[in-house]
Design a protein around this ligand. Structure first.
Ligand SMILES: C[S@@+](CC[C@H](N)C(=O)[O-])C[C@H]1O[C@@H](n2cnc3c(N)ncnc32)[C@H](O)[C@@H]1O
Length: 247
């Protein structure tokens, strides 16, 4: 069987322990071939920017896990976790190492290849499922107890709105979302609309039915770069029960 990825590429499936239909396509011990373009049909992020160029595809670039965003998972029994925009897999693999069964999604094929290589090297491939997909259109097939979005939201607009909705939909009742993004009101290096404000995220997540349990602006280490920068961190939870309208 050949799986058609949402970026237009097709790959053979790998054996995986879960229900994700769009897998990375290669078993541990085989290699992803060459450069694949990240921006195929359906990709909605940064049309002039190739995320794929950031990644080696061989796992040598696995990012450090983000302690701020993973901290809320420390209090939870390991269940199913989603890392939407997982990059080279630092958070996904750290969660898998802590016993979570993790789905990592990214539109950059080499990011997914690196995550897969890291999972294989660390003996975690049985607990990690991966998909090359656009976060705005990816459809979760299971409900997640924990979801992380680590500096991976599309620019402001329909793709960001859709991605936030995917995160909210993906959560199981009682599930926790940890979201980090660069702070538009404090960073001076991005194009308008690339970054976020605290208010827009809390408003969007509240509108999607989540309870915001923590929302803050703070300085955090940059990802795979020296130094620190200004971030917005939001921790939100999906209520266990939705009140039915009576009458
Ligand atoms: C700054 S990197 C962060 C990677 C990772 N979350 C981390 O913290 O190391 C942003 C990631 O988001 C991914 N990304 C951007 N837009 C996306 C989209 N629409 N759908 C899926 N992934 C996306 C990029 O390919 C890239 O890997």
């Amino acid at each position: 069987m050949v799986i058609l990825l949402t970026n237009g590429h097709s790959l053979d499936p790998i054996p995986a322990g879960g229900t994700v239909t769009h897998n990375t396509g290669h078993a541990c011990g085989t290699h992803d071939s060459g450069h694949a373009h990240a921006h195929g049909p359906g990709a909605t992020s940064y049309p002039d920017f190739e995320w794929d160029d950031l990644y080696t595809g061989d796992g040598s670039d696995t990012s450090d896990p983000d302690p701020t965003l993973l901290a809320p998972a420390d209090d939870l029994p390991p269940g199913r976790a989603l890392d939407l925009g997982c990059g080279s897999g630092g958070n996904a693999l750290a969660l898998a190492e802590r016993g979570w069964r993790v789905t990592g999604v990214d539109l950059a094929p080499r990011a997914i290849a690196s995550t897969r290589a890291g999972a294989c090297a660390r003996g975690l491939d049985g607990r990690v499922e991966l998909a090359v997909a656009d976060s705005a259109t990816w459809q979760p097939e299971v409900a997640y107890d924990f979801a992380v979005s680590s500096y991976a939201l599309p620019p402001r607009g329909p793709a960001r709105t859709a991605t936030l909705a995917v995160l909210a939909t993906a959560l199981a009742p009682g599930g926790t979302l940890a979201l980090g993004e660069w702070d538009e009101e404090a960073c001076d290096w991005a194009e308008p609309g690339d970054l976020v404000t605290l208010a827009e995220l809390t408003e969007a997540l509240t509108g999607l039915g989540l309870d915001v349990v923590r929302a803050e602006r703070r300085v955090v280490p940059r990802i795979q770069h020296p130094g620190e920068d200004h971030a917005v961190i939001v921790i939100a939870r999906k209520p266990h029960d939705t009140l039915e309208a009576s009458g």
